[in-house]
Each structure stands twice: as C-alpha cells, then as structure tokens.
Write a protein that binds this ligand. Sequence first.
Ligand SMILES: Nc1ncnc2c1ncn2[C@@H]1O[C@H](COP(=O)(O)OP(=O)(O)OP(=O)(O)O)[C@@H](O)[C@H]1O
Length: 254
Amino acid sequence: MNTNTVKISSSNLNLYYGSNHALKDVNLELYTNKITAFIGPSGCGKSTYLKTLNRMNDLVPNVKIEGEVLLDGENIYDQRVDTTLLRKKIGMVFQQPNPFPMSIYDNVAYGPRIHGIKNKSELDDIVEKSLKGAALWEEVSSRLKKSALGLSGGQQQRLCIARALAVEPEVLLMDEPTSALDPISTLKIEDLMDELKEKYTVAIVTHNMQQATRIADHTAFFLVGEIVEYAPTTELFTVPKDKRTEDYITGRFG
Ligand SMILES: Nc1ncnc2c1ncn2[C@@H]1O[C@H](COP(=O)(O)OP(=O)(O)OP(=O)(O)O)[C@@H](O)[C@H]1O
C-alpha cells in the first residue's frame, strides 16, 4: 500500500450475531480523503463491517464484537465514547433513500437542531451549504418548505447525503447508495462522491464492480466474513493476488 494518512483502522475485528461468526479477524485501514470500496458476494459481511465503523451494530440484539476500531488513533469501542457524537463524526447513507416525512429544509436541519443549533440564519446557512455540498441546491432552492417525499429517488438520496453533511462529519459510510437509483442518478452520485472525498473519508459497499473501478481508490474483497484481498483498486482488478479474488471479479461466482 502507500503512504496515505490512516483515518480509520480496524484490527483483529471479530463480530458474532449470536453463533454466526460474521466478521473474522478483519484488519483494514481507511485512508483520509480517499474512497474505499467493499465488494464481495451477498452475505459476506460488507454491510456488517461498514456498520462496525460507527457502531451501528451495537443496536442489534445478541451481537458480540471483539477487536479494535481506531478513529484518528482512538478506539471507538472504548466505553467512554459517546455514540451520538461518534455518529456525528461518521455519517451514514443507506441503500434506500430514507428522507424523513417533513420538508426538505427540516430534513437537513434535523441533525444540527439535535446538536443544539437553534439560530435561524445559522440553520439557513447550514441547509444551503449542505444542499450545495450534495449537488442538490439548484434543484430544490425554490421549494425548501415542500415535503422531501415529493423528490425523485435520486434527489432523495442526495438529500440524505446533504442530511449527513449537515452535521459536519469527517467520514461518510455509504451502503450501496445507488442500488435503488437509475443510471443517470447513479452517475450524479458517483460524480458527487468524487467531490466529497476532497473533504471527507468515504467508504462504500457496492455490488457493482464497475462502480468500484470508477470511483474507489482502494478496494477490499470480502468472502464469508474475511478480507481476502485489499489493494489499490486498479491493482485489485487487473492483477489480483488471490485466486478467489480473480474468480470473483471475472464472474466465476457470486
Ligand atoms: N441484524 C442481523 N442479525 C443477525 N444476522 C445478521 C444481521 N445482519 C446481517 N446478519 C448476517 O451476517 C452475515 C453478513 O451479512 P451482511 O449483511 O453484512 O452481508 P453483505 O455482504 O453486506 O450482504 P449483501 O451484499 O447481501 O447486503 C449474513 O450471514 C447475515 O445473515
């Protein structure tokens, strides 16, 4: 690998859902201002891994997590960590756009309000900046008070990205963010991700290998809870070191 700055690093990370050993000794580093893609067949633990990075799995009953995840060198599983603040630093965007049933403005202002910002002009600025950051401002600036549910799927997903940006995160986790979108909306989100990585560290789960090659600096290939191979994306797709990676990227299984 190269000399990038490490933003998040997980070491000997194991996760069990009851007796299902879903992540096995995962060691991985995510680099600042880079996009890292997680690929692999269904059920291999990609989403589970993504969710360990902002402790979303804590909410699952009977989950057991061992090992460490360091954010800027600090263990996020330390008992003293405030998970609300952690998730402010590490935002998440899901597969299905999930705007709240409220106005476009209120969706974006929701997080900042929870974190105590009440001043109207400050909120106005955050809403505008976040919507611009998510490349949605021009499409919605004249209808901020209208329901977010009236937006198209692609617009809703960019709204969810704006909502995540509004609390000024450092890392964005995206779980198949374009799988419910048409090709044009998908390309918009991919272009946007390229801009986002200038400010944030981005991790994305994708089933679409072309998407990984288009946008990701690094790619990790997961198989039954393990990382088989992790490398710069071009390297992983052109000269995979492991036979299982080669079989997967050439479509022999999965
Ligand atoms: N909340 C949960 N409770 C119990 N088991 C779970 C839970 N979430 C995932 N699992 C199990 O953990 C394993 C990994 O699932 P995960 O969703 O992380 O895989 P994935 O690679 O993201 O799959 P997909 O590509 O289909 O989304 C699977 O065996 C799955 O059934």
